[in-house]
Design a protein around this ligand. Structure first.
Ligand code: NAD
Length: 484
């Protein structure tokens, strides 16, 4: 495959929080990869802006070290790394005061694409947005990028939207959900809307149920204090899992454009039904050989926050009525695996001996690890012995399909940042989508808080609490096995 990297326009990218964990671990190593692949035009600048007092030389060393620590093999390309860090500047800035703003105004050019990445706590968004205007740095074409968490409920999300809207138009605001930047997630749309094969079957006539799993093996250690105020529902479901659910369930947009796609996603969220308490299982991991329990990690011996959640959801529309969507996500689980699985219905009748229910088509879309898809199909078992059927996967692991070119595939952050520079909002959440998502999750969270629901325990390294397995068992179904 020939490299198809399309350069973007020259840009100035200001990273507020440019010394923080996210900037050092993801944003800057990602930008270095784009730089190496020739996507960052000569003359573009990246300006780190954060609280620490340091000069540009010290910042360049910090970022070179971050790339060495968090980058892939490309970090060994020291010549490119030197050229990349030469495109970095640094300004010590106070989001809440006046320090650094005049210097920043002197660095940001008005005749190139301007993007401001708010990689700081959401409590600073308003201060940054306001000062970008009072210091006449931002203009009507500037873009701002904001990170999760986007609020912790509908009220706070509305307040954040209002704060940003006071200074920027919705068309300038890029709310990142890095799940949307994953190659497979976009492939999900390509598969659905680029093939004759799937879309005609994508409805309650042919689909039995859909599972969305995001399982992690790590616990919350290190950020237990933050996580304990959030939990799996706020941290994972309200954003990542709901975005995946929207893409799998939405109607075909009339074209692949930002508002067309986001309008359809919004309709899915609005069609989601309230979930009854017996269709929600919340869990907390126990201590295991590899680490402490959730409560020890969270340093809160009385915590009721969930590190696992499984839910049975329904979308009340013509396409999906009667098709359950089972969602689950958790920490300290058996395997790290993010997957969407579409279970098609059984054949109504079989001409072969045996059980009609034994063989069914299953399409699985893997986000991690080994991004790719496979489709389980039934074929005749090769060889003599009569007509015996077996299920085999038609496997398309992207790394195998693309060969060495898989290296070229940008990771989620890289792709999304380049989309910001291109001015393409398709893979970013719109304000009304985020509010609608909170509008669905708020009553569920308020419900279990009001009932003082105690999360179920689960063994670290397992598939979650027994009750989550039982929830599907009652429906005559089972969770897809978690495989690393
Ligand atoms: P961090 O604490 O490591 O870094 C915070 C940054 O903000 C630092 O650069 C600091 O100098 C700067 N800062 C703090 N107060 C400031 C002020 N008054 N004026 C100017 N700069 C100030 O945080 P992080 O982990 O990098 O997270 C940044 C944002 O991204 C947060 O909103 C977080 O929720 C979100 N996020 C982080 C991750 C991650 O993996 N770290 C993942 C998803 C979302």
């Amino acid at each position: 495959m020939v490299s198809r990297v399309i350069p973007v326009e020259t840009f100035d990218l200001v990273i507020f929080g440019g010394t923080g964990d996210l900037a050092r671990r993801k944003i800057l190593p990602g930008l270095f990869r784009r730089f190496r692949s020739g996507q960052m035009p000569v003359g573009s600048r990246i300006i780190g802006a954060a609280r620490s007092e340091m000069d540009t030389a010290a910042y360049r060393s910090m970022i070179a070290e971050a790339v060495a620590e968090f980058g892939g093999d490309e970090k060994n390309d020291t010549k490119s790394l030197d050229a990349f860090v030469a495109a970095l500047d640094y300004v010590a800035i106070d989001a809440k005061g006046d320090g650094g703003w005049v210097e920043l105004a002197g660095l940001v050019r008005s005749d190139v694409v301007q993007a401001f990445y708010f990689s700081v706590a959401p409590s600073l968004f308003g201060d940054l947005a306001e000062r970008l205007h009072t210091h006449k740095i931002a203009n009507a074409q500037s873009r701002i990028v904001v990170e999760k968490p986007f609020g912790r409920d509908l009220e706070t999300a509305r307040a954040l939207n209002k704060t940003l809207a006071a200074h920027f138009d919705e068309s300038q605001i890029y709310r990142i959900d890095h799940y949307l930047g994953k190659e497979t997630v976009q492939n999900l749309m390509a598969v659905r809307f680029g093939n004759m094969l799937f879309e005609p079957l994508w409805n309650n006539h042919y689909v039995d149920h859909i599972q969305i799993t995001v399982a992690e093996t790590v616990g919350v250690g290190g950020r237990g204090g933050y996580y304990d105020k959030s939990g799996a529902m706020r941290d994972m479901v309200q954003n990542h899992l709901m975005q995946l659910l929207c893409l799998i369930a939405m109607e075909p947009p009339n074209q692949y454009g930002p508002d067309e796609v986001r309008d359809e996603k919004l309709k899915v969220i609005r069609a989601l039904q309230p979930v009854a308490p017996h269709h929600i299982v919340r869990g907390q991991y126990d201590a295991g050989p590899d680490g402490p329990s959730y409560r020890e990690d969270a340093e809160n011996p009385r915590s009721f926050t969930e590190s696992f959640i499984a839910m049975k959801c329904e979308i009340a529309n013509w396409r999906w009525a009667g098709v359950p969507f089972y969602l689950r996500t958790g920490k300290r689980m058996k395997a790290r695996s993010s997957e969407i699985t579409v279970y098609f219905k059984d054949l109504g009748h079989t001409i072969f001996e045996g059980d009609v229910a034994r063989h069914r088509n299953i399409l699985s879309i893997r986000l991690q690890p080994n991004e790719g898809m496979d489709l389980q199909v039934t074929i005749k078992e090769p060889g003599p012995g009569g007509m015996r059927l077996i299920d085999v996967p038609l496997d398309m692991t992207f790394a195998d399909a693309l060969g060495p070119d898989a290296e070229e595939v940008p990771d989620a952050y890289e792709r999304l940042i380049m989309d910001v520079i291109r001015g393409n909002q398709t893979l970013f959440m719109r304000g009304d989508e985020v509010e609608a998502a909170w509008g669905w999750t708020d009553p569920l969270i308020n419900g279990w808080e009001a009932r003082n629901d105690v999360p179920k325990h689960y063994e670290a390294g397992s598939a979650g609490p027994e009750d989550a397995l039982a929830m599907l068992h009652r429906d005559g179904r089972k969770w897809r096995e978690l495989k690393a």
